[in-house]
Design a protein around this ligand. Structure first.
Ligand code: FES
Length: 190
């Protein structure tokens, strides 16, 4: 428990998970609901979280792990801020989705289900996402991009990087105690 008897944010997440387990643990399909909530709370289903769920629900860890790795909606490793999901369904595949995926791998320098070192991008190949008329299709988090060509991949990634840089700039500007160049901050000691 955190200092002063207060629960840490991490402990609070486990408390929330306990409530979901209490509510759905005995219901049909309860494990799926519990794992969905666990993923919402922790960002992904780590080994520790899977063991915790198995323990609390009196299930074999192999069963929980099997469910966590079977459904494409679950992730068992930390994700980047932006998840790039390339549709590899039939319509997208015949329109060049493999080339688009390969270009993502090349530009990001990672493979499928991997995350860039700066934790900005995770790359995934997915099944049909229901926008076949726009094939080839990909999604970056909730943003769907259709008729994507390989040449558009690098600029697309760059646009998300630029967005990140802008958000970082805004955060720094909003920090009241941080000296800014236009406020006559002291020069560095060199
Ligand atoms: S096959 Fe890609 S959106 Fe349907």
């Amino acid at each position: 428990m955190a200092d002063g008897g207060k629960l840490s944010p991490f402990e609070l997440r486990y408390r929330s998970l306990d409530k979901i387990i209490e509510k759905y643990g005995d219901r049909p399909g309860g494990l799926i609901r519990v794992l969905q909530k666990a993923q919402d709370l922790f960002g992904y289903l780590s080994r520790e979280v899977q063991i915790y769920v198995a323990d609390k629900m009196c299930l074999p860890i192999a069963h929980v792990h099997g469910v966590a790795t079977f459904y494409s909606g679950f992730v068992t490793a930390p994700r980047g801020k932006y998840t790039c999901s390339i549709c590899m369904g039939t319509a997208c595949y015949v329109k060049g989705a493999q080339d688009v995926l390969d270009r993502f791998k090349k530009v990001l320098g990672i493979g499928e289900d991997e995350t860039t070192e700066d934790r900005l991008f995770t790359l995934r190949a997915t099944r049909c996402i229901g926008a076949c008329s726009l094939a080839p299709v990909l999604a970056v988090n909730e943003d769907v991009h259709g008729h994507v060509t390989v040449d558009e991949v690098a600029p697309l990634i760059e646009s998300y990087r630029a967005q990140e840089t802008r958000e970082d700039g805004d955060r720094i500007a909003d920090e009241p105690d941080r000296p800014r160049a236009d406020q006559g901050a002291a020069p560095p000691p060199y």
